[in-house]
Design a protein around this ligand. Structure first.
Ligand SMILES: [Zn+2]
Length: 533
């Protein structure tokens, strides 16, 4: 007797091969059988003729580390078809968080993960996993160990490479996290303090990963004028370490880099793959990004962390220097120079002085206050103690399409979870958008290709052996839908609307969306715990 029988669906099985029609039986959270199951008995039967059945989608790049403890977590994710998330990206993992620099680290993470109260400060990945698992998760989550978090714990926001003693501390924590079940390592080289590594220093920091097979996901040192060099650096690192490398959210920031850097990088990656390196990339299907607003500043001013930076933002001499760097520099991620203050929108504003400007660009705020945009930016950041986020309109739609079409690319959200204010619509819509815009409307990808990128491909990348494919013996993470009904409801102006169109969603056999209605559930797992890294 099966728990559930899904009859006559068109199966897009996650491997990328052509769809076929079959029945699928679910028993005890697993796919029991796939084929002609006309003789099978089940407690519930779903007639699925005319609809598509796929594996649950996997978001390889999210920042829900702390959000999974929030009330209501799961709806935004499950309503766009996500049944598995990989958190801890861009060098920023919630755990471990302990020691002398824990406060500094928590402040730095807050615009990305949301505020981190004392009960969410875990001293190890193990204690984080246990707390998350104990909560009852509506979907499954895995965690990367963030090298920014680890470097901050080992050395604070210092510049330069790490000392042998600091490196020893870093390696100890990295190896402990991997033993505890982290599914890989993430780098945020665009951010302080990781931006202060030399290439050699970075290779030394990652040395324990040599030939380990542990994937490294990297937010590269630059995504603007220096993006191609940043990629070359990472290929050098991959060559030195001989372990899989994932280039996170590949893009080229700024009109002057559009349609140039991305094609060049795709061929560099292709070439490295032909040379035997396991390098791949991923993309979020939007032309805007979202991160901390301090990311627009020259990184050297972030030495010492956000408190030190706040002081500098109020200091006339430092402001002058920052401004001069931002007016011309191309040796850092100079976003305001590349896209202009009109394209940098402030979010997550918390003070009485600035809350009314939520969702407004720095240029608009400057016009309203009748101030210069640099002064506006510095004053706002200082008043908000650097805890502000941004949505920045940075990249080119044709570049996005090129990366989507690439066989070795994955699709991700990079969703962040600030504690308040507006968010990027990708938090709610990325995976619905993939189907609605890039499969049904624009036919950039076939349904099989798109589904493969966010199922079998993603599961392979992190070794989730029971996920990403519809076959007997795999986890029963499943989506039943009609592609033409999938709709991303959120917009930049009104992002927080769950996507619609997924009729049935199963997480380990539990029916968490039924007839299009979100029910939620508690069958999700923290992955490393069972997957045995
Ligand atoms: Zn990133």
């Amino acid at each position: 007797m099966l728990d559930t029988l899904i009859r006559g669906a068109k199966i897009v099985d996650g491997t990328g091969k052509a769809a076929f029609t079959a029945d699928v039986g679910i028993l005890d959270g697993m796919i029991e059988a796939v084929g002609n199951l006309s003789g099978a008995q089940a407690f519930e039967t779903i007639e699925a003729a005319g609809r598509v059945l796929t594996p649950g989608f996997i978001d390889m790049h999210r920042h829900a580390d702390a959000a999974l403890f929030r009330e209501g977590f799961g709806e935004a994710e499950l309503c766009q078809g996500l049944t598995t998330l990989v958190n801890g990206n861009c060098g920023m993992s919630l755990a471990p968080l302990s020691g002398a620099h824990a406060d500094e680290c928590a402040k730095y993470l807050a615009p990305i993960t949301g505020n981190i109260p004392p009960e969410l400060r875990f001293a190890s990945i193990d204690s984080y996993f246990k707390a998350a698992q104990g909560r009852g998760l509506p979907l499954s989550c895995a965690e990367l160990i963030g090298m920014g978090t680890l470097r901050t714990l080992a050395a604070g926001f210092t510049t330069g490479d790490l000392s042998p003693l600091e490196l020893r501390d870093l390696h100890y924590h990295m190896e402990a996290a991997l033993a505890d079940g982290a599914c890989g390592v993430s780098l945020g080289l665009g951010y302080a303090p990781e931006i202060f590594y030399s290439t050699d220093g970075l290779v030394r920091a990652l040395a324990p990963l040599h030939r380990s097979g542990v994937p490294i996901c990297v937010h590269m040192r630059q995504e603007g004028d220096g993006v191609v060099d940043a990629l070359r650096e990472m290929l050098e690192v991959a060559r030195a370490l001989q372990t899989p490398l994932e280039i996170s959210h590949l893009k080229a920031i700024g009109g002057r880099n559009a349609r140039k850097a991305v094609p060049e990088m795709l061929s560099l990656i292709e070439k490295a793959r032909q040379d035997g390196l396991d390098v791949m990339c991923d993309v979020y299907p939007y032309t805007a990004g979202s991160t901390q607003l301090i990311h627009v500043l020259p990184p050297e001013f972030q030495e010492g962390g956000t408190e030190a930076l706040t002081k500098r933002l109020l200091d006339d001499a430092a402001r002058k220097e920052m401004r001069a760097r931002m007016e011309a520099g191309s040796d850092f991620e100079n976003i305001t120079l590349l896209v202009g203050f009109d394209n940098v929108v402030a979010i997550g504003l918390r003070t009485d002085e600035y809350r009314r400007f939520e969702g407004k660009s720095i240029a608009e705020i400057a016009r309203t206050l009748q101030k210069d945009p640099f002064d506006t930016l510095f004053d706002l950041l200082a008043a908000e103690q650097c805890g502000t986020g941004m949505i920045d309109y940075i990249s080119d739609e044709e570049d996005v399409r090129d990366i989507l079409r690439t066989p070795f690319s994955g699709v991700i959200s990079d969703a962040t979870y600030p504690s308040g204010g507006r968010v990027h619509p990708r938090v709610y819509g990325t995976f619905a958008r993939l189907i609605e815009k890039y499969v049904v409307q624009e036919r950039v990808l076939t349904l099989e290709q798109a589904v493969h990128k966010v199922t079998g491909h993603a599961a392979d990348r992190f070794g989730f052996e029971k996920k990403g494919v519809i076959a007997a013996g795999m986890d029963a993470d499943l989506l039943l839908f009609s592609p033409e009904n999938i709709h991303e409801q959120g917009t930049y102006a009104r992002p927080n609307l769950p996507a619609t169109g997924f009729d049935e969603v199963f997480v380990l056999g539990e029916r968490v969306i039924e007839n299009g209605v979100y029910r939620g559930g508690s069958s999700g797992e923290m992955l490393g715990a069972r997957m045995g890294y």
